[in-house]
Ligand binder design. Sequence first.
Ligand code: WTA
Length: 648
Amino acid sequence: MVVPGSQHIEDKMYHPPEGLQKDAHVPDFNCYLELYKKSIEEPDVFWKEVASDFYWKKPPTGQILQYNFDVTKGNIYVKCMEGATTNMCYNVLDRNVKDKNLGERVAFYWEGNSPDHHEAITYGQLLGQVCRCSNTLKQMGVRKGDRVAIYLPMIPELVYTMLACTRIGAVHSIVFAGFSAESLCERIMDSQCSILVTADGVYRGEKLINLKQIADEALEKCREKCLARLQTLLPDPYQTSPIKNQIKSRLSIPQQNLLHSRRQTPWDAACDVCWEEVMGQVSEQCEPEWLDAEDPLFILYTSGSTGKPKGVLHTVAGYLLYTSLTFKYVFDHQPDDVYWCTADIGWITGHSYITYGPLANGATSVLFEGIPVHPHVGRFWEVIEKYRVTKFYTAPTAIRLLMKYGLDPVQKYDLSSLRILGTVGEPINPEAWHWYHEVIGQKRCPVVDTFWQTETPRSGLLLQVFRRPWPGIMRTVYGNQERFESTYFKKFPGFYVTGDGCRRDKDGYYWIAGRIDDMINVSGHLLSTAEVEASLTDHGAVAEAAVVSRPHAVKGECLYCFVTLKDCREFNRTLVDELKRQVREKIGPIATPDFIQNAPGLPKTRSGKIMRRVLRQIARNEKDLGDLSTMADPKVVEVLFNHRCETA
Ligand code: WTA
């Protein structure tokens, strides 16, 4: 295990308890090695076996995996199950309900923000709701290949909508409901979504978030941008296409749990459609659209080191095979499990390991709308006891947050149902690992640490670069193949580069050390420093900004910002608050800077490049700055140390 910021390594081995191993899908290391070897040496045989669990309207015509990873040999591409036709929604729902007779099995225990709100949804009920939503979307004009923006909290309707898209061949683009109007607008525009699905609002803990209002603002921004674009494109009368893709209708979900009513929600009868009204009027039957294996399944935006978020595109067959297989093996899924992944579906972890992977396995999961500390800091443990959760998957940042409250909130609840624990999102530090293992897992639950990315739903291999693809690897950056190739494949021709550094120890284990590019991992969410810098320099007082990471006890890393002000602007508390608010509004609350420091000058190379390494050291108060010979004006360093922020 690597502690962030140090080289301390723990050597002790922890083995899973024998009882658990006995009945596992992969009971021991030799069995794992065999599987692993087969997947590498005979990938076609390996994936064909996985595919045989699912329904294919037409079988594949060629090799299961075809690819080119070498930019010097032409376009980069990956194809899985070429020639086959299938449907994701059919495989995760109809197949379970009709072929496996699991209609009565609970798919989701929905647990609301308040413990008083909960609901069990069976596979049969889920299928019915998804079909209704599919018919509704069709009625609203959504067709195969259209993009649908989804801006919803963790409510069952989020799952209904995403699966409805996959049923009719539409491409969902889910935007985490904590993002700002600006971020939502940017994402809608980039993938030219034709419909937006949102809800009135949501309570996150005590806080009410008016989603519909934010969504309206986002659409107003889209309209302005389209008009501006249109004006720059004139006078060519044929170049009017951007405006055509503008969202004309939005489907909105009234949230009964909210104290305010529809009358208080902004409503425009010309384009707003009420979920409750339309869902009741359509049929519960909907024939799935049979899609090509490589048809797009969804787009999910991830921060890019150059600023603009990248629309990571995934396709149908590969994503189905990959998420179903990794879910089954990594969590050793068994029919009597109650599984809970605490992520939000707005992130890739939720896409893969709340919706697709678990449903493809006929699993029973908890779908949690709330936060870990509401109405009390023992909420996670209470939910585990309530549903007798057996497999629990969360992030190091949540573990570090809950550790702070000590043992009392944990000991109030019965956690004896737990069998396997998982973590994802960032490297886990030994202290958090031990607490998770001892206090939550009571030393009997193995902890599976799962490294992966939005681009690569799960990679069992902890390597920084990959020589070959696997079915669940991203296919392109939506609308920008060039960016896809230059980001992931140009550095080392023939390899996919993850952007993470890693080390191999003497036993052959790989230790992921963190990002090597200009990305910061805050509470398991990747943020681009360039994007934060851009929103800081957007402020009238700021001439230049540089953002670096600083270790944070709970979040893992946090944002430390250096701002150089324009002449005659004064650096004070009010400005700092304004800047923080600006970043929040532009990107969203997760990007709120912890520190903003006045930087009369920035350390730069003679060629004018900001020396981020030096800024990182200043942020961390590390005095030994090493070689500064390339710096244009070394005097700025002392000034910056004098202006350092000690506390947030
Ligand atoms: C980091 C989240 C260490 C890594 C699933 C990766 C991790 C980035 C781990 C992807 C882990 C994720 N150990 N680092 N178990 N899991 N990361 O796209 O830097 O939001 O490249 O996907 O998170 O973040 P993303």
